[in-house]
Write a protein that binds this ligand. Structure first.
Ligand code: ZN
Ligand code: ZN
Length: 257
């Protein structure tokens, strides 16, 4: 599955899962950057072996919806009892609070204290700085238009940038920021949960369609636009709406920039 070497200067992006729901052949969002940074925790535990999981040092969560966090307990189980360096989990204040209050709360799953993870092995952190530097990467959060506290992320390595929109409806601030990156913006993973025929529902639920993306994409010259977070039940319909010049992913792809 993997190609290229870890020693190069390029950024490697491996799509572990990227769908808007779980169905046979589709799993939810988890994207591995350079083997040690994970964006969202929807499918990493079921796609990576223990050795690969234990290379992850930082997880950036776009938001707390279940499709983006559902494998977090199993990632912690694999990493935190073994790794001496431990694991840092990052998100907005609302996302981190939601995990503590509504997921790791002793009901849906044991608390971190009950899991014995209060010893610095597993750290839930609020992103207090807009741009963080981690392992040679810069990670910038931008408020998304979705659930409270949802983020989009721009991840940069030297002069190359990749954007993960996360779940969001059309966000002028995100597209303006993307345009400012000019030809340094190599990959723009942008969510297309619904087909064009459901533009209204997409907008109401904080999502997008290929048509909405296409209207913004025209302003970019050298950036690859890659639709993701497609709902499995609408997959074929969304594919028909993907215009020329736009790509899509289903999970399992590897990109190097
Ligand atoms: Zn989602
Ligand atoms: Zn969501």
């Amino acid at each position: 599955m993997l190609n290229g070497s870890d020693g190069g200067k390029g950024m490697k992006i491996r799509i572990l899962g990227c769908s808007g729901a779980v169905a046979k052949g589709y799993n939810t969002t988890s994207i591995l950057v350079n083997d040690n940074v994970l964006v969202d925790a929807g499918s990493a535990a079921s796609e990576l072996d223990f050795t690969q999981l234990r290379m992850i040092g930082n997880i950036f969560l776009t938001h707390a919806h279940i499709d983006h966090i559902k494998e977090l307990p199993f990632i912690l189980d694999a990493i935190c009892s073994q790794s001496s360096a431990g694991l840092d989990i990052w998100g907005s204040a609302i996302t981190i609070e939601a995990l503590r209050e509504h997921f790791f709360n002793g009901l849906l799953w044991p608390t971190l204290e009950q899991l014995g993870l209060d010893s610095g092995k597993c750290r839930f952190n609020v992103m207090t700085e807009e741009i963080m530097e981690i392992d040679g990467l810069k990670v910038k959060s931008i408020d998304a238009l979705h659930s409270p506290g949802a983020y989009s992320y721009i991840i940069s390595q030297s002069d190359k940038h990749v954007i993960f929109s996360g779940d969001t409806s059309c966000n002028k601030a995100l597209f303006d920021e993307a345009l400012s990156l000019s030809d340094g913006l190599k990959l723009f993973f942008v969510e297309a949960s619904f087909p064009d025929s459901m533009n209204d529902i997409a907008g109401l639920s904080g999502h997008m369609t290929p048509e909405i993306i296409h209207s913004e994409m025209k302003h970019f010259k050298d950036t690859r636009f890659i639709a993701y977070h497609i709902k499995p039940r609408f997959f074929e319909e969304v594919l028909k709406d993907i215009p020329e010049g736009m790509e899509y992913i289903k999970g399992g792809e590897v990109f190097e920039v």
